[in-house]
Design a protein around this ligand. Structure first.
Ligand code: CP
Length: 334
């Protein structure tokens, strides 16, 4: 299967067969990484990375990944580039795609990020990769699924995974992680429960598409406003905060940003008790695994006791898999 040149903006644009090739490559690369065997799929190639926001896992999995594949990644931020003076996504994409072999960007501004990446993809002659935007976080989705395969086997049909909103006071996190999981997991046989307070829904369009994916693949998807109910019998729990953006349409939000942010903050304060703690873990399956994209807001989203329990928590395996899946995508597309 030739995936060279294919953009990676959302897992939704990739078939299950294409993603199977990615997971196979990621597993091979992981083995070679552990055996310290060189795997120079991209000698002398260049990736441009443009980060509009902070990152630990994504930035370093991509940059270390490029080095390990024999190439180099430029770590760019908006303030280093003429886009800070208004240079368009189109011109930026055309120019960088003439100088290198791939462009990756993180742009999570609500109502802007995914459109910015799509505009780059329209004009770039080299693959564009989303490093997270306001709608999708495809690299995180791959690492999550790879981790589930490793812990539960490659045929996770019937596995009950719970993605739950959780309280955090760090910043209004994008919807992109739960939305990617909602669209991706049902395609691979997973029964999904998504729990959130009523003021923190996923975007309406994503809920409709996720329901459709579950129906097409004979899997169950359940939305609830009850965190306890969502944890009952779960084999995997993913407690994570996200902002209340999904309660607003994009135009409604952008036209009234200050008021929406104020409302989201007031809503947030009602739900301090949405935490993954020992009591809730006991509601889940006795062999439950905790996953989290990280960074975790410790003792708000999840207690130290749970996230540091080696029998429950697989968050660092999941974070490490960001490297192997990033290398798989880059080595196949660039
Ligand atoms: N999970 C994730 O995307 O982490 P970073 O924000 O550190 O890249």
């Amino acid at each position: 299967m030739n995936l060279k040149g294919k953009h990676f903006l959302t897992c939704d644009d990739w078939t299950n067969e294409e993603l199977d090739v990615v997971f196979k490559r990621a597993a091979e690369l992981k083995k070679e990484f552990y055996e310290e065997k060189p795997h120079l799929y991209l000698p002398h190639k260049t990736l441009f990375m443009i980060f509009f926001e902070q990152s630990t896992r994504t930035r370093n999995s991509m940059e270390a990944g490029m080095t390990q594949l024999g190439g180099h990644a430029h770590d760019l931020t908006a303030d280093k580039m003429q886009l800070s003076h208004g240079e368009s996504a189109k011109d930026t994409a055309i120019i960088l795609s003439r100088m290198g072999h791939g462009i990756a960007s993180r742009n999570c501004f609500y109502g802007i990020g995914a459109d910015y990446l799509a505009e780059m993809a329209k004009h770039s002659t080299k693959p564009i990769m989303s490093l997270q935007d306001d709608i999708y976080h495809p690299f995180q989705g791959l690492a999550d699924l790879m981790t589930i395969f490793e812990k539960f086997g490659n045929e996770p049909r019937g596995l009950k995974v719970t993605v739950s909103w959780a309280y955090a006071d760090t910043h209004s996190k994008p919807l992109s992680v739960p939305q990617t999981q909602a669209l991706l997991f049902p395609r691979f046989g997973i029964d999904l429960t998504i729990a959130h307070p009523k003021e923190f829904p996923l975007s309406k369009d994503i809920v409709e598409r996720a329901n459709k994916r579950a129906e097409e693949n004979g899997t169950k998807i359940n939305f609830t406003n009850d965190m306890d109910e969502a944890f009952e019998g779960a084999h995997v729990v993913i407690p994570k905060n996200w902002g209340g953006f999904g309660a607003y349409g994009v135009h409604e939000y952008l036209d009234n940003e200050d008021e929406c942010k104020k409302e989201m903050k007031a809503n947030l304060e009602k739900y301090h008790d949405w935490i993954c703690d020992d009591r809730r873990i006991k509601l889940a399956d006795k062999n439950v695994k905790l996953m989290h994209a990280l960074p975790a807001d410790r003792n708000h989203e999840v207690t130290d006791e749970v996230i540091d329990d080696p029998n429950i928590s697989v968050v660092f395996d999941e974070a490490e898999n960001r490297l192997h899946t990033a290398k798989a995508i880059m080595s196949l597309t660039m």
